[in-house]
Each structure stands twice: as structure tokens, then as C-alpha cells.
Write a protein that binds this ligand. Structure first.
Ligand code: NAP
Length: 275
């Protein structure tokens, strides 16, 4: 690492929430040459997660959230959005670069809860990060964060507006929706082009999604992948339901963006009510 990224990460990197995403980030950091002894990770106490942390070779990196906040200069928050309350009461240093990977929780809500300005990051799925084919959007832009993520093998998109996180979230959910659309024989190029006129990075993200989606030896294996990646009530499911009900691919993408906004608006007020 050079310049700002080196200065920042020399203070140690912490990952609050060493689940699927947290472990992928930890492994990508270590593979990029980051000194393992400088990395701290935490988890919620479940024995199955502990087993996975052990299997990933991160047992000696386990710390707790208070220690991570006290001693790390870069902190990735990778707990689920529904666990966000576990961050309340933690004392983050004003000089730390704190990066929330939680989908749908705005910077304003986090500022109100934690009292600091947090960066937001929306990465693609852990399996794409593991294969060094991951992409990530960040907001706002920051050179040190950009460099750390690039070294981890992620292609970084610096968003100009936080609202664009919704479009990017749809982008990282595209591999399964593309499989459904193609199974139906839909022509995607015009839709992707039309949507790309509003969101210039979208065509490139679609090409990425085509490149990372797995190939299948049978229709059953493909359908099983689509089922597995569609969380109930989530964005992928919204897009796939839209396609199955006869909508165009463009309409399905728009439905995905609306679903991302709906999920976020339910999380926002919930945070305010508790604060
Ligand atoms: N997975 C993806 O594809 C993806 C993509 C983009 C963004 N994200 C975002 O990344 C976040 C994590 O997703 P995930 O799929 O990695 O979920 P996950 O596998 O459930 O990981 C969440 C981790 O947080 C830990 N945790 C819970 N309470 C904690 C606490 N008080 N202190 C420290 N750690 C705690 C959990 O530990 P226990 O298991 O012990 O409870 C678990 O290991 C979410 O906010 C999601 O929106 C995920």
C-alpha cells in the first residue's frame, strides 16, 4: 500500500461481523499482503460462526467490538442490518475510517446512532470476492478506501450520490435475474442500454454480472442457484417475480430499485424510533 492507504491501514484493520462477507473481506485483505497480525475480527458468539472463523485460519484474530473500535484505524462493519443495534454505545474514534457494508442503512441514520461520519460500501457477493471478481460501490469517495479495496481485488465504483446505492445493489443482484431473463428468451440489450442512459455504469455492471454468473450442467442446477440467491422479500426475488409475471427486463430492474428503497425506508424509521 502507498500514501494515505498505508498510513490509514498501519493503525490496524478491524472487521465487525466476521460472517460470510466479513470472512471474504478478511481473506482478500490477507491475500493482498496485509499483515495478518494487524487484523482484528469479531462475531456474535454463535458456535457455527466460530467454526467457520477457525476454518478460515482467523482464530487468533478474534477480538471484540470495543477493542476493534479502540485499536483499529480502518473498520469494516459487516453485521446484518437487523443487528445494527449492536453498534449502539460503541465509541468509534473520529480519525478512524469506518465503512458500513450494511445494505439499506443510510449515512444519516448511522451518524445519528454512532455520532460519526461513516462511509458506505456495497460489495458484490462473497463468492465473487473470493474469486477476485468482486465489485464494490463506495460513498462518498475516499482515496485510501479506494486503494485498500483495489488491492483486495475489488473493482471500485465511486458513487456521486448515496441514492445510487440502490441501483448498484440491483447491479450486484443481477446474476440470478439475468439467468431467469435469458431462460425466458428476453432481449436484454435494449433494456440495459435504456437504463444505462440514466445510470452510466449500469452497462458495465451488467457485463460484469454476465461474466460472474456460474455455468450449470443442468436446468435443475440453474434453478436451484436462482432459488438459493433469492432471499425472501429481497431484491433478487422482486426482480424475478417481476420477470415471471411478464414484465420486461427494464421493468424488473426498476422493480428491484424500488424494492431496495422500500427495504431501506423500513430500516430508517426503525432506527430513529429506537434512538
Ligand atoms: N452476503 C452478501 O452477499 C452481501 C453483499 C453486500 C452486502 N452485504 C451486507 O453485509 C452484511 C453481512 O452479510 P452476511 O451475508 O455476511 O451476513 P452473516 O453471514 O450473517 O454475517 C453477519 C455476522 O455478524 C455477526 N454478528 C452478529 N452480531 C454481532 C455483534 N454484536 N458483534 C460482532 N459481530 C456480530 C454474526 O455472528 P454470529 O453468526 O455469531 O451471530 C455474523 O457472523 C449485511 O449487512 C449485508 O447487508 C452482504
Amino acid at each position: 500500500m502507498t500514501g494515505k492507504a498505508a498510513n490509514q491501514s498501519e493503525g490496524g484493520i478491524g472487521i465487525i461481523g466476521c460472517g460470510h462477507l466479513g470472512r471474504s473481506l478478511a481473506e482478500a485483505l490477507i491475500d493482498s499482503g496485509y499483515p495478518k497480525e494487524m487484523l482484528r475480527v469479531s462475531y456474535g458468539g454463535s458456535s457455527s460462526t466460530l467454526e467457520k472463523i477457525k476454518k478460515a485460519g482467523l482464530l487468533e484474530n478474534i477480538s471484540d467490538n470495543y477493542e476493534i473500535c479502540k485499536s483499529s484505524a480502518v473498520i469494516f462493519i459487516a453485521v446484518r442490518p437487523q443487528s445494527v443495534e449492536c453498534l449502539r454505545g460503541l465509541s468509534f474514534s473520529g480519525s478512524a475510517l469506518v465503512v458500513s457494508c450494511m445494505a439499506g442503512i443510510s449515512r444519516a441514520s448511522l451518524k445519528e446512532m454512532l455520532g460519526i461520519d461513516v462511509f458506505r460500501m456495497m460489495p458484490s457477493s462473497p463468492d465473487t470476492i473470493d474469486k477476485r471478481l468482486g465489485i464494490a460501490a463506495i460513498y462518498p469517495r475516499d482515496d485510501a478506501l479506494q486503494e485498500i479495496l483495489s488491492l483486495m481485488g475489488l473493482r471500485v465504483y465511486e458513487l456521486l450520490d448515496e441514492e445510487l446505492m440502490h441501483v448498484f445493489t440491483v447491479g450486484v443482484c443481477l446474476p440470478a435475474a439475468l439467468l431467469v431473463a435469458e431462460k425466458m428468451g428476453l432481449d436484454l440489450s435494449q433494456c440495459v442500454h435504456d437504463f444505462g442512459r440514466k445510470y452510466p455504469d449500469f452497462e458495465e455492471i451488467c457485463s460484469w454480472a454476465r461474466g460472474v454468473r456460474p455455468s450449470f450442467y443442468s436446468d435443475e442446477a440453474r434453478d436451484e442457484y436462482i432459488r438459493r440467491t433469492s432471499t425472501k422479500g429481497g431484491i433478487t426475488e422482486a426482480m424475478i417475480d417481476s420477470l415471471n409475471s411478464g414484465c420486461t427486463f427494464l421493468r424488473a430492474i426498476e422493480r428491484g430499485v424500488s424494492r431496495s428503497k422500500e427495504i431501506a425506508s423500513k430500516r430508517g424509521p426503525a432506527l430513529h424510533l429506537r434512538s
